[in-house]
Design a binder for this molecule. Structure first.
Ligand code: FE2
Length: 376
């Protein structure tokens, strides 16, 4: 089945009751934030930025804020077993808790979304310190993931009240990661459409692309996906659900090991994917590898590209083209021991899509990994 483009930008602009300026931060609940921070610095080139914990008056948790260009990654760990963060970690392992969205007005974002059926997570509140104020509110989405709306136009501090600037003697070079391109959710059987409706009704998003199980099934593994985008396209949330195949879908494996719905991958944009992926590999980031014969016919499929094919093929970077241009992408292996969350590195050269042409090769590579884990 053909991929369908369904967005009407003009209608979107007039109906945007939830204007978003972008992703504000992504927060992971992890088992050991100190060590996770070291990993994201060493392996991905993030920089130490801010800290909250007992020393700053926070008693139940420690959070490290790492940055790279426009990306803010928050790593949070509980300080006792008697904590919702500890419960979250016990159930899910390391995973994304918060997809925070940058807004002009956090009180209005809450009002607009909750009156349309959004379930409250954080009632509007204002945090203040000597650097100004941050206003925040939040709603639940799929699984235990939440969206926090962050308004920071009157804040000059390092991250938000409660956090202090943190410096480190260990500052590995950045790897060229620039901003969050999209964040993908895995939801349960028959749950894709209800969550598509949630993003439409509650948050004013539009379904801009759809993939059915015929687009993205291999011999064994099938899934369906719909891409939701906000009005200005700054925030994109594809939603996956498993589909019936001969054996277990990759989404089902995620749901089993995460013990519920959650964020499957965070895609991060770079301006130079060959340089970025070379650095990431040198620092120990592991990537999925498609069969080498992928490159035998790739240029016939995608046409002329600016890059030399040799380094792309050597690094295992995938290429796809749509009506507007092409894109280069690669996927890491899961970044924790459960086969759950991973990252995508993407360089867009005009293309606004998500690499549909790579799904088959990619899923075959994923199935090899699933088989090694005994989960196919
Ligand atoms: Fe992606």
């Amino acid at each position: 089945m053909e991929t369908t483009l369904q967005a009407d930008p003009l209608t979107q602009a007039t109906q945007d009751f939830l204007p978003l300026l972008g992703t504000d931060y992504v927060e992971l609940y992890v088992g050991n934030a100190k060590q996770s921070a070291h990993y994201y610095k060493s392996a991905f080139g993030f920089q130490t930025h801010a800290y909250a914990g007992p020393e700053t008056g926070v008693r139940d948790r420690v959070s490290y804020v790492l940055v790279q260009d426009k990306i803010r990654l928050v790593l949070t760990t509980p300080l006792s077993s008697n904590s919702p963060i500890a419960e979250h970690h016990k159930k899910h392992g390391d995973g994304v808790k918060v997809l925070a969205l940058w807004v002009e007005d956090a009180y209005d974002a809450y009002e607009q979304t909750t009156k349309r059926g959004g379930k409250s997570y954080l009632e509007p509140m204002t945090l203040t310190d000597e650097h100004g104020e941050v206003r925040m509110s939040g709603i639940h989405t799929y699984g235990e993931v939440v969206h926090i709306f962050v308004e920071r136009k009157n804040y000059k501090g390092v991250f938000m009240p409660g956090f202090v600037a943190m410096k480190s003697d260990y500052n590995p070079e950045p790897t060229g990661l620039r901003y969050v391109d999209h964040c993908v959710g895995n939801v349960g059987w028959n749950q894709m459409n209800p969550w598509v409706k949630f993003y439409e009704d509650v948050m004013g998003f539009k379904n801009i692309l759809s993939f059915d199980d015929k687009d993205i099934s291999t011999e064994y593994s099938a899934l369906m996906s719909k891409v939701m985008s906000n009005g200005n396209g700054y925030v994109k949330f594809p939603i996956n659900e498993p589909a019936e195949g001969k054996k277990k879908s990759q989404v089902e494996e995620y749901l089993d090991f995460y013990e519920g719905e959650g964020v499957q991958h965070v895609a991060i944009a770079t301006n130079d994917i060959v340089d970025t992926v070379t650095k990431l590999k040198q620092r120990g980031v592991e990537f999925l590898r498609v069969p080498q014969n992928y490159y035998d016919t790739i240029l016939e499929r995608v046409g002329k590209i600016d890059e030399d094919l040799a380094p792309l093929s050597e690094l295992g970077i995938l290429i796809d083209r749509d009506d507007e241009g092409y894109l280069l992408q690669i996927f890491t292996k899961p970044v924790e021991d459960r086969p759950t969350m991973f990252f995508e590195i993407i360089q867009r050269k005009g293309a606004k899509s998500f690499g549909k042409g790579n799904f088959k090769a990619l899923f075959e590579a994923l199935e090899q990994e699933q088989a090694l884990r005994g989960n196919l």
